[in-house]
Design a protein around this ligand. Structure first.
Ligand code: SAM
Ligand code: SF4
Length: 330
């Protein structure tokens, strides 16, 4: 087993796999209303190719956790089968999903049966009208149905991911937490990052972790959760004595790059060693040219060794990566 180590002492064990760059919502902080130029079908990895690369990560490179994301991973028809084949790998990794929840009401049971361990559903507001303003689609009820189905299927505890936007839902953190507590859901806020396709992110507009925590503390009793943070990016807090938690992922104001253990595989077979990396390493071309597992593993190790120490958002020379978050895999 060769670890995915970089030259700053970190080892990647958490693989994020983007299964498609397409999406059925248009969250304004993520992509433009008209969508993007989606990857052509022939450039997208097949189910067999995805599973083969995950197998190399798990079998040869020390990957222990696999999270499927996108774009919207539920748009990938073969998802339950990809989950099942990933769980059957040796050693079997933890398998989770990050989704906007559309269609989850139909697939939650199949995904649970395939071996899915956990699901995170993105929901930025508990108000239907604001959901439509943020996502440009009137699908709030479908997301709620997806969350309910995931819980009913035993995919507990479901986590909700939320992004707050100035002037739209920035005052709704306590309300959204109350909504989640009523339904037995853990909630995590994510600071808005400069990863939108439109390049419209402005630091001054960003709702900071401090603001979010202050507004929550005015309504709830928050105490540090007993589990150590480790490499997890969220600062988890017990709400009103627990057991439910709220977390804030302060990627911008309190970067956690020093303890990052993530690596990403895009839907077209590129290894991205950091969400903010402007370089990618192509595994699809050698894979399709007949490279064996050891050769692909070697390329992957090389890609990780070059990981930079931090995202550099605060550096005056910072440049957004060419791909938006929806095409890298959030
Ligand atoms: N479509 C799925 C979803 O929304 O959960 C998976 C992909 S999405 C890119 C993954 C997560 O990234 C979501 O929770 C979304 O809110 C978050 N996200 C997207 N753009 C972001 C940005 N610019 N800053 C912070 N989080 C962002
Ligand atoms: Fe789609 Fe997720 Fe981006 Fe929203 S955040 S547009 S659901 S990929």
């Amino acid at each position: 087993m060769q670890p995915l180590a970089d030259s700053h002492g970190r080892v990647a064990t958490d693989l994020r796999v983007s299964l498609t760059d397409r999406c059925n919502l248009r969250c304004t902080y993520c992509m433009p209303a008209e969508g993007l130029d989606w990857l052509p079908h022939e450039e997208t990895l097949t189910d067999d190719e995805v599973v083969r690369l995950i197998g190399i990560g798990v079998g040869l490179l020390g990957v222990t956790e696999v999270r499927f994301t996108g774009g919207e991973p539920l748009l990938r028809r073969g998802l339950p089968d990809i989950v099942r084949r990933t769980k059957e790998l040796h050693p079997s990794p933890e398998v989770s999903l990050t989704t906007n929840g559309l269609g989850l009401s139909r697939t939650a049971t199949a995904l649970r049966d395939a071996g899915l361990d956990r699901v995170n559903v993105s929901l930025d507001t508990a108000r239907r009208e604001d959901f439509a303003r943020i996502t440009l689609r009137d699908r709030f009820d479908d997301v709620v149905a997806g969350i309910d189905a995931a819980r009913a299927a035993g995919l507990d505890p479901v986590k909700v991911n939320a992004v707050l936007l100035r002037g739209i839902n920035d005052g709704q953190a306590p309300e959204l937490l109350g909504w989640c507590l009523d339904r037995g859901l853990h909630l995590r806020f994510i600071e808005q990052m400069p990863l939108d396709a439109q390049h419209a992110w402005q630091r001054e507009q960003m709702v900071t972790a401090d603001e979010i925590l202050d507004s929550l503390a005015a309504h709830y009793d928050l105490a540090p959760a007993p589990t150590a943070r480790g490499s997890a990016p969220a600062e988890e807090l017990l709400v009103d004595g627990g057991p439910l938690t709220v977390g804030v992922i302060a990627s911008v104001t309190r970067p956690f790059c020093g303890s990052c253990d993530r690596v990403r595989l895009t839907a077209d077979g590129q290894i991205v060693n950091c969400l903010f990396s402007r370089d990618e390493s192509d595994l699809r071309t050698p894979l399709r040219a007949g490279a064996d597992d050891a050769e692909l593993a070697e390329l992957w190790v090389k890609a990780m060794a070059a990981k930079l120490p931090g995202h550099g958002i605060d550096d005056p020379s910072f440049l957004q990566p060419t791909r938006p978050m929806s095409a890298i895999g959030g």
